[in-house]
Design a protein around this ligand. Structure first.
Ligand code: CA
Length: 237
């Protein structure tokens, strides 16, 4: 790090984490464990859902890397059971073709997904790092720039009031309730009311576009709502 620059100018390195790897293919599990160890993390590998639940309950890892295709309890059921217990970050590994699975996983509360074909351990590590950084930032006490008062239906960016329609407010409040989490369009569509276009997911895009413009005008930048191609949106402040 160059001298004279504030550390705050750099993204915080998430540091070592205990990662539960749920993967039944031994070679892939070993590869993931090697990469995690090389990045300074502490992996624990289990091959099925029941072992995963036992391991997590006993040791409460910092992150779960979860393959969707598992013997016995499948990855989606495991994701649902874990979510009933904990807000631990869950990163799913999925085959690219299984878009339905990907959406289902995100709807069940997974934080991110990574396609398995082509499989890139580097991408896995990049996502693990990003998800850890987000989850640790979320637990760090700080004054968030975005203030949402759900009772008064008011939102402000660094004290500047945002003039939002009710639909824009619902979208922003939902996205910002879990920063970094990707919300599928289908789920966001359910928030829209009194909009004739709400029969299609295009309506979500149109409201997000307006929301971004208003956030940008308030000084938040237009990038704080991130598009996840083919899936939906997340709030990344
Ligand atoms: Ca598998």
């Amino acid at each position: 790090m160059a001298e004279g620059l504030l550390p705050e100018a750099f993204p915080l390195e998430p540091g070592p984490a205990r990662v539960l790897v749920v993967e039944d293919e031994p070679k892939l599990a070993a590869l993931l464990a090697d990469y995690l160890r090389a990045a300074g993390h502490e992996p624990e590998c289990v091959a099925d859902g029941r072992d995963a639940l036992q391991a997590w309950t006993a040791r409460r890892h910092d992150l779960v890397l979860l393959d969707l295709m598992l013997p016995g309890m499948d990855g989606l059921s495991l994701c649902r059971e874990l979510r009933a217990l904990t807000g631990v970050p869950i990163v799913m590994l999925t085959a690219r073709a299984d878009e339905a699975d990907r959406l289902a996983g995100l709807e069940l509360g997974a934080d991110d997904y990574i396609p398995k074909t082509p499989f890139s351990p580097r991408e896995v590590m990049a996502r693990v790092k990003a998800v850890l950084r987000r989850s640790r930032a979320a637990t760090r006490p700080s004054t968030p720039p975005l203030h949402i008062d759900a009772q008064a239906w008011r939102a402000a960016w660094q004290g500047r009031a945002l003039d939002l329609t009710p639909n824009e407010f619902r979208l922003l409040a939902t996205l910002a309730s879990q920063p970094g989490r990707v919300y599928p369009r289908s789920q966001l569509l359910e928030l829209l009311q009194g909009d004739a276009r709400a029969a299609t997911e295009r309506a979500v895009d149109s409201h997000v576009k307006n929301l971004r413009r208003k956030l940008d005008q308030a000084g938040a930048g237009s990038e704080c709502i991130r598009s996840v191609y083919g899936i939906g949106y997340s709030y990344d402040a």
